[in-house]
Design a protein around this ligand. Structure first.
Ligand code: 4AD
Length: 464
């Protein structure tokens, strides 16, 4: 076997060595007897030069190389050289390859857009426009129609590294806190979150649903003495809302745990978890964050644990220019963002918990407060004033649950086995559901959830 080298490993230390790389043609310039190629492997780039000296490289070979289309995959054999001047625009700027052999492995068809255009920041386009220059950009629909190509840009490569990191930190932190990973069914009999936002399907002749969350099943796991559980899995919502933050399928990071005295025990875990996520990203993934910021400028968000009650949040909004806000209603996007700005100014954190929501705006399984059932032991968590988590202490008595489901208009027959699971003794418990795409979107200050979903599903998109 021959030894393959990674483009990102090409450095001065390999000077005069012959290496073999498999990479894409990022760019090509031909000039008479020579050709200058930029080879790209994921986000690493290096210049490769062919010169027709009629000894190792023929004129035919130079011509062959310049005719390989952009984004094609090539195998290149070359000698590592140290150029007189650094090669600006390449990540491996201290070296270049003197090509001794090149072969197209997989040729790319004509591109629907140029990757350099897809990788350009809005700021760059604006600045150029001010100079009277027009730079091409690529619209979101065209990007998403060709997502397999769009995903090759440096910012996208970094976004999905960050997404992977959030999942890893989620798992590792919860495992260290004594949680166990579980997997619950996605084909289920009834709506788990109620309402109309459910995909219905036929299950061997029986009406069924795609799970709107692992809610009912993670609770049944608690009833089965699993004590502390988490799940990372797809969540389906038939929400016909075409917004910057709603998907029809997203990744749910769920957790559920038995509690002893107070739902604050869940909030303690959530704060520990997000402390670890914020910390881990800012330290271990600083490089990826910088790459994302090059295309989509943002400031790394600040984290300080902060818990406000819902009434406290309402008071902040009332004092902060929203005197008419309904103290018992849910917060809309505008109010949430406004609260986020007020909190940032007053407490200096982009992350906060709002708890003790009015019962009327929470799901049927939410535990009301003992001192005032108009409120509930529930919470939402925000980054930059947008919701990333919702959760609560749950009702753990079958009779009370039946009563609440009935009051909320949930057909009992579809959730009977869930209700039954509380008949044989169930510990007090609570948990939360985190939207993975929202966490990455809001952490990175991105303006659209489609940017953090690899192949987004929204009311208008089912392909690719
Ligand atoms: O607020 P949701 O619907 O709560 C639940 O699913 C509960 N079972 C959670 C619990 O444990 N009590 O969803 C939880 C989170 C939201 O905070 C949001 O981050 C995300 O999931 N989310 C969505 N993300 C993308 N697209 C959508 N349509 C989303 N709906 C909710």
């Amino acid at each position: 076997g021959r030894v393959w080298t990674q483009v990102e490993a090409l450095s001065k230390e390999l000077s005069e060595q012959t290496v073999l790389v498999r990479a894409r043609i990022h760019n090509t310039r031909g000039k008479g007897k020579s050709a200058f190629l930029v080879l790209r492997q994921r986000t690493a780039t290096v210049q490769a030069i062919l010169f027709a000296d009629d000894v190792t490289v023929s004129k035919g070979m130079v011509k062959y190389a310049t005719q390989i289309s952009k984004e094609s995959i090539v195998d290149v054999e070359g000698i590592v050289k140290v150029p007189e001047n650094p090669i600006e625009g390449c990540s491996q700027k201290d070296v270049e390859l003197k090509v001794t052999g090149i072969r197209a492995v997989s040729r790319a068809a004509v591109l629907p857009f140029e990757l350099v255009d897809a990788a350009r920041s809005e700021e760059e386009v604006k600045a150029a426009a001010e100079r009277g220059e027009i730079l091409a950009t690529v619209g979101q629909d065209l990007r998403l129609d060709n997502r397999f190509l769009d995903l090759r840009t440096p910012a996208n490569q970094a976004i999905f590294k960050v997404q992977s990191a959030v999942c890893q930190i989620f798992k590792n932190t919860l495992l260290a806190e004594g949680f166990q990973e579980i997997h619950t069914p996605k084909l289920i009999a009834g709506a788990s979150e109620g309402g109309a936002a459910v995909f219905r399907l036929d299950y061997m002749g029986t009406p069924a649903c795609l799970a709107q969350s692992p809610q009912l099943y993670k609770q049944m796991a608690i009833c089965a003495d699993f004590d502390r559980v988490f799940e990372v899995g797809p969540v389906f919502r038939a929400e016909n809302s075409y917004t910057h933050r709603h998907l029809c399928e997203f990744m749910g990071l769920d957790l559920e745990m038995a509690i002893h005295e107070h739902y604050f025990e869940v909030l303690d875990v959530i704060e520990k978890l997000f402390g670890a996520i914020f910390d881990g990203l800012a330290t271990t993934y600083a490089k990826e964050l910088a790459v994302i910021a090059q295309q989509y400028p943002f400031e790394v968000p600040t984290f300080k644990p902060l818990r406000l009650t819902f009434p406290e949040g309402i008071a902040l909004l009332q004092q902060g220019g929203y005197p008419d806000v309904d103290p018992m209603g849910d917060l809309n996007t505008e109010l949430e963002r406004a609260l986020g700005r007020i909190v940032k100014e007053k407490y200096g954190t982009d992350f906060f918990v709002l708890h003790r929501y009015p019962s009327a705006v929470r799901p049927f399984y939410t535990m009301p407060c003992v001192d005032d059932p108009a409120y509930s032991n529930s919470y939402d968590v925000f980054i930059r004033g947008e919701e990333i988590i919702s959760g609560a202490q749950r009702i753990h008595e079958a009779d009370f649950l039946t009563q609440r489901a009935t009051e909320c208009g949930i057909p009992l027959d579809t959730i009977q086995s869930y209700i039954d699971s509380f008949k044989f003794g169930a510990p007090p418990h609570g948990g939360a559901g985190v939207g993975l795409e929202r966490v990455v979107m809001l952490y990175c200050g991105l303006n659209n959830i489609r940017k953090t979903s690899m192949f987004p599903r929204d009311p208008k998109r089912l392909t690719p």
